[in-house]
Write a protein that binds this ligand. Structure first.
Ligand SMILES: [Zn+2]
Ligand SMILES: [Zn+2]
Length: 645
């Protein structure tokens, strides 16, 4: 008999030779039908193979990333099998599961594959899948493995680098592939497939190697899921922040200014300013003190902080001065500057916590291939702050930062999020700096703070930085995509390196604990995420133009000016469409610009001092006085943006 421990801690006994599938079946037949992969003692095992003995077992279905990975990994085998049916001389290389789907890198020799071939491959893949071929992993000697691939230099190279005795093949139908394992029970689970695209890829990512064709695909256990996925992709394309940023006139890039250096246009700058003011106000209420530091710092500063040793080589290189011996770095992080502000005067426990906040612009080198719109740039502004507190204050401070982050999510309509608590590796504690006692304190402070705030959370062991544990927020946007926003990080390293101190109530000298936090992350990335989340339909308080005034002819320009003047006096942001276009056209253009309100003004409105109101995406909502309209919009703004308490 073997003893199997399930994730809830319960232990069940099974006959020798029982598989993960048998365990699933003992729980429910529904689970057995849906189990896609299994983790046994932290290793992926084949669902249908006998479990090797006693141990911890976790079963994965489609709902978990592990389940999807096994599904897509197995689908890559199916793709390779099918490719060989159409291209018998093609040489297979590697084919992993990726975040969304899978790919296979193939050397098609003198043949090629294009979009016109996708449909026949998809059809044949589904036909193969329907045969319900089992995936069977089995060991093979190095000599036999090499013999199998005498005409395939890629697989031969892979096998050469493997240890004899650790090599396995996976068979399904009449197809065999070199593989480490992690499969779904059989191909019958695969109910929908789509070949997404092909692209060039060098063998092992090295441009000196032969170029291969990377065939991307995705598959699902239900046809409806594929349809949903394709619709989501379509919608994501429409919401691409690079496209919307251009259409709404928010930001631009110039090759002459330099790659990855965004230029904020007037509307974008005003929007960013409003976001900053919003957070600054909340931070003031939460006891933060604004500070300002320069965009460069002496190289020595970053040698002290350790950033230079760790990142110096792969970053912007030091700036030298006309006088010898002075070197400066573009600021990659604000923290070292803030440490020096802390050090600028003696601190007592009575002064703590101290919270320094700065919208600090930093510069980090990213390879040009990695740059992407506003999400990966070379210069960006962090909504940064550093909190210095006693170890006993850590939990309270954490809770306050969580409140601030949740306030931002709520105001900006991010409804779904969970927290990820990143702690030390359970096995290896040697790679972390700081005392065990402090770590214990910080880790439990974070866990307790999260529990007391009733946040849904997951704990990841081994994900902490070497200098402290952290809390990240994973936010789901309107399309269900996950973004990491709002990191809160404990740091024992910088207080040590900068020899930060405070005098305790015991009159002794102590080290403060430092917390780094940035609820938005960076203004650039946050605006990108927000744009894609709301599809450019910003909440009224934040949107660049709140009201478009559309006079139906030139005759009513004066009245339009008057309306605009009165609304501006009521703190509303307006524009007048002065073009000699038909009203229908003006309405359509205002809709495209995603302006929340349109006011149509003509003879009737001018005579009665009223406006005809249209709401974006909704249409006509009636005629009202200018004052009524201003009050209505201002109430909407104040409802959207409650004060932080
Ligand atoms: Zn495999
Ligand atoms: Zn920092």
């Amino acid at each position: 008999m073997i003893n199997i421990t399930l994730p809830d801690g319960s232990v069940k006994q099974f006959e020798d030779g029982a598989s993960a599938f048998d365990v699933a079946n003992s729980i429910s037949s529904g689970l057995a039908r849906n189990v896609l992969s299994a983790t046994f003692n932290d290793k992926t095992v084949e669902v249908m193979d006998p479990l090797p003995g006693d141990g911890n077992l976790t079963l994965h279905t489609w709902d978990s990333q592990e389940g999807k990975t096994a599904f897509w990994h197995s689908s890559a085998h199916l793709l390779a099998q099918t490719i060989l049916q159409f291209y018998p001389d093609a040489k297979l290389t590697i084919g992993p599961a990726i975040e969304n789907g899978f790919y296979y890198d193939v050397d098609f020799g003198d043949k090629s594959i294009g979009e016109g071939d996708f449909a026949k491959i998809e059809k044949a893949m589904l036909e193969n899948a329907r045969q319900k071929h089992s995936f069977k992993l089995h060991p093979v000697s190095k000599a036999d493995a090499l013999a199998m691939y005498t005409d395939n230099p890629y697989k031969t190279e892979l096998i050469e680098n493997l240890t004899d005795g650790e090599i396995t093949f996976c068979d399904h139908a009449d197809f065999t592939d070199l593989c480490r394992g992690g499969h779904i029970p059989n191909t019958g689970f695969i109910k929908a497939v789509k070949v997404m695209s092909v692209a060039g890829a060098y063998w092992r990512g090295d441009e000196n190697n032969p170029q291969l064709t990377r065939v991307y695909g995705i598959s699902f256990p239900k046809a409806a899921l594929l349809k949903e996925y394709l619709e989501l992709l379509e919608e994501a394309k429409k919401r691409d922040h690079r496209k919307l940023g251009k259409e709404l006139g928010l930001f631009t890039f110039s090759q002459r200014v330099g790659q990855g250096l965004p230029l904020w246009l007037p509307k974008g700058a005003a929007l960013r300013e409003r976001l900053e003011q919003f957070l600054k106000k909340a931070q003031r209420a939460a006891g933060y003190e604004p500070v300002i530091t320069p965009h460069i710092g002496s190289k020595e500063l970053y040698v002290t902080s350790g950033h230079y040793a760790k990142y110096g080589k792969d970053s912007f290189q030091p700036i030298s001065t006309p006088v010898d011996g002075e070197e400066y770095l573009l600021k990659p992080m604000n923290c070292p500057h803030h440490c020096e502000i802390y050090k600028s005067e003696p601190r007592s426990y009575r002064d703590l916590p101290i919270r320094f906040a700065e919208f600090g612009t930093v510069y980090r080198y990213e390879q040009s291939g990695e740059l992407h719109g506003l999400t990966r740039v070379r210069g960006f502004t962090q909504d940064d702050a550093h909190l210095f507190c006693t170890p006993d204050q850590l939990k309270e401070e954490f809770k306050k930062v969580i409140d601030l982050v949740l306030y931002i999510f709520k105001t900006l309509d991010f409804k779904e999020y969970k927290a990820q608590v990143s702690l030390r590796d359970k096995e290896d504690r040697s790679k972390y700096i700081g005392s065990d006692e402090n770590w214990e304190k910080a880790e439990s402070a974070i866990k307790e703070a999260v529990a007391e705030k009733e946040l849904p959370f997951v704990v990841e062991y081994g994900e902490a930085a070497f200098y402290g544990p952290k809390l990240d927020f994973m936010v789901k946007d309107a399309l269900g995509r996950q973004w990491q926003l709002g990191t809160i990080q404990v740091d024992y390293n910088l207080p040590e390196r900068f020899e930060l101190e405070y005098k305790g109530s015991d009159n002794e000298t102590h080290r403060p604990v430092m917390i780094h936090r940035a609820p938005f992350g960076s203004m650039e990335r946050f605006v990108a995420v927000l744009l894609e989340h709301c599809g450019g339909n910003f909440p009224v308080w934040l949107t660049p133009d709140q009201v478009a005034i559309l006079p139906i002819s030139e005759k009513y320009m004066d009245y339009a000016q008057k309306v605009s003047y009165l609304l501006k006096n009521n703190d509303l942001r307006t524009l007048i469409d002065e073009r000699a276009e038909k009203t229908g056209r003006k309405i359509r253009d205002a809709e495209v610009s995603k302006i929340p309100y349109m006011l149509i003004v003509g003879e009737k409105e001018a005579e009665t001092n009223t406006v005809s109101v249209r709401k974006h995406g909704e249409g006509d909502i009636g005629t009202m006085s200018i004052e009524e309209f201003a009050n209505m919009v201002n109430k909407e703004v104040s409802d959207q943006i409650e004060n932080f308490e």
